[in-house]
Ligand binder design. Sequence first.
Ligand code: PLP
Length: 379
Amino acid sequence: MKYGIDTRCQHLADDNKDEIYGAISYPIYQSATFARDRVGGGSGYDYSRLQNPTREHLEKIVASLEEGIDALAFSTGMAAITALMEIFKPGDHIIIDEDLYGGSVRLFHSINVKNGLTFTSVDLSSVDVEDYIQDNTKAIYAETPTNPMMRVSDLEELSKKAKKHELLLIVDNTFLSPYFQNPLKLGADIVVHSGTKYLGGHNDTLAGFLITNREDIQEQLRFIIKTTGATLAPMDSWLILRGIKTLGVRMERAQENALKIAHFLEKQEYVTRVLYPGLESHPGYELMKKQARGFGSILTFEVDSKERAYHILENVKLIQFAESLGGTETLITYPITQTHADLSKEELDRNGITDRILRLSVGIEGAEDLIADLEAVLK
Ligand SMILES: *Cc1c(COP(=O)(O)O)cnc(C)c1O
């Protein structure tokens, strides 16, 4: 019988313990290379860029959380996406959501384009993606909810269209983590994670993952990771393993806090919009209920002026004004100068990312304290 997701954050179905001493916390195999006892022999581990026991243990856990056949651990989320782009060839075309993580957009438009790929950005939550498919289209690349505008797209619908036209469906699942959403089960071919965020969960290290349930893709990705080399180091693998142990409790608690804060913000005079898919008024609410097990803990809100946005950013005390998300500490981000600083004016305008938009990654502090902090700067 397969374990539930909370159990899979702690245990693998088969070998879970360190074989030698039975250590409950998986050991950190801090070794660059591994000895062989004879020509052609050895432990199955040669060199840590190729295989490392600590990283492999983490990869098995992440594959099991996303219900894939394999997960590959990279040094950062961007390293994972960069490696993923190596499965495409010059001339290939990819349809991407127009409201993606800014770093992904920068990679596609400044590096991948140079290598002969082309991209079309569309709002996957509202258009018919089939209208944008060309003869050379090879993939659809989605995030749901999107960053930072929290639009929700229908993954089952996208996967049906992708399959019909033999395209890959790639989903960056960082915002919900495998705890709340499993794109592979909804028909995606590849899932991307910035492990820096919820999987690690403590704002203390960086990591990235690619997960697939297709053997042909697994084979390509394994070749690319060992060749390009941005694999996750043993110590960082261990930190992410430790983070994952509390993924379930962190996600639940942060989500509870996020909903309370969303309700609070909705009632504030100077707050003009609250974008949180856990609010029944959010256009993606019903779809989220269908395809995810939760709404997550990222929320975006708009205030009445740029001056007010600055005032909030510079005067919150408990909440930290910092980039990133998914940690136990609540962070407030200013997308226009931080995560999305490299987008063109036109791209920002099209998505409504103005100088009045703020993004909160809600952590697991006391909700009353977080609300008091916001109340003080919203007076
Ligand atoms: C942070 C992030 C990334 C990039 O990951 P890094 O670990 O910072 O390299 C990619 N996608 C999303 C949605 C992110 O939030």
